[in-house]
Design a protein. Structure first.
Length: 236
């Protein structure tokens, strides 16, 4: 009767990407000033609180502007990356649509069987390898490329600096960690690249995380031919 049970719903809202330590400190000063003003109710404390409130609003706008400008410039080279970035702050990311099944493992096995059979049919539609090799041999002229020049630390670092590093679940480290410590990983990556160029092989470098995406929202989600496999290649 004197202390009734109250239920309050608290939404777990993650902080925005632009929400850094300096803005958190400014908000803390504003809240402190607000409490002091509500306690004293003086004009001096009110003016100080209003000043900090306006400062926080201006700082928030500045942080947002700088954050979005930086990322718009970063993804300016690719419309796909730019649209993906825009979708993150418009909350337009959609959940993955999958066929109905008793378990996720059953769904994985069904997709694996369908895409494997589809690839086998496509390969069988090609002419025999022997005929293609003969045509290429007869049509070839000029110099033969027998080997690749090995890359250097400087060349690889320059390429990676201009690349939007991404990672998938198969990578041993996340892309952000590699970007922040690129100088440490350059010798390792350089060795991997040069070994691949020397052997002329991509063995063990073609692993990918496959995601089946439905071709259209109006299509039947239980029909496997309505899906396309999208490969998220491992970076390392």
């Amino acid at each position: 009767k004197h202390a009734p049970l109250l239920v309050k719903l608290i939404r777990d809202i993650p902080d925005s990407k632009w929400f850094d330590s300096s803005y958190k400190a400014a908000r803390a000063r504003r809240r402190k000033a607000e409490k002091v003003w509500k306690k004293t109710m003086t004009e001096k404390d009110k003016d100080y609180y209003v000043h900090l409130r306006k400062f926080c609003n201006t700082l928030a706008e500045k942080k947002k502007r700088e954050y979005f400008k930086k990322h718009f410039e970063k993804y300016n080279y690719s419309q796909k990356s730019l649209f993906q970035f825009v979708n993150t702050f418009l909350d337009s990311e959609k959940s993955l649509t999958l066929p109905t099944a008793d378990s996720l493992q059953e769904t994985v096995n069904n997709f694996n069987s369908y895409f494997t059979e589809k690839i086998d049919k496509i390969r069988k539609s090609f002419p025999p390898d022997k005929d293609i090799a003969t045509e290429i041999q007869s049509a070839r002229s000029g110099h033969i490329l027998e080997k690749f020049e090995p890359t250097t630390y400087e060349e690889l670092k320059e390429i990676l600096a201009e690349t939007n590093l991404k990672s998938c679940s198969l990578d041993p480290i996340p892309a952000t960690l590699m970007s922040e410590n690129l100088d440490l990983f350059i010798p390792i990556l350089c060795h991997i690249v040069n070994a691949s160029l020397a052997d002329g092989s991509m063995e063990n470098l073609k692993s990918a995380h496959l995601v089946p995406l439905i071709k259209g929202s109006s299509l039947d989600s239980n029909t496997y031919r309505n899906y396309r496999p999208v490969s998220n290649l491992a970076f390392v």
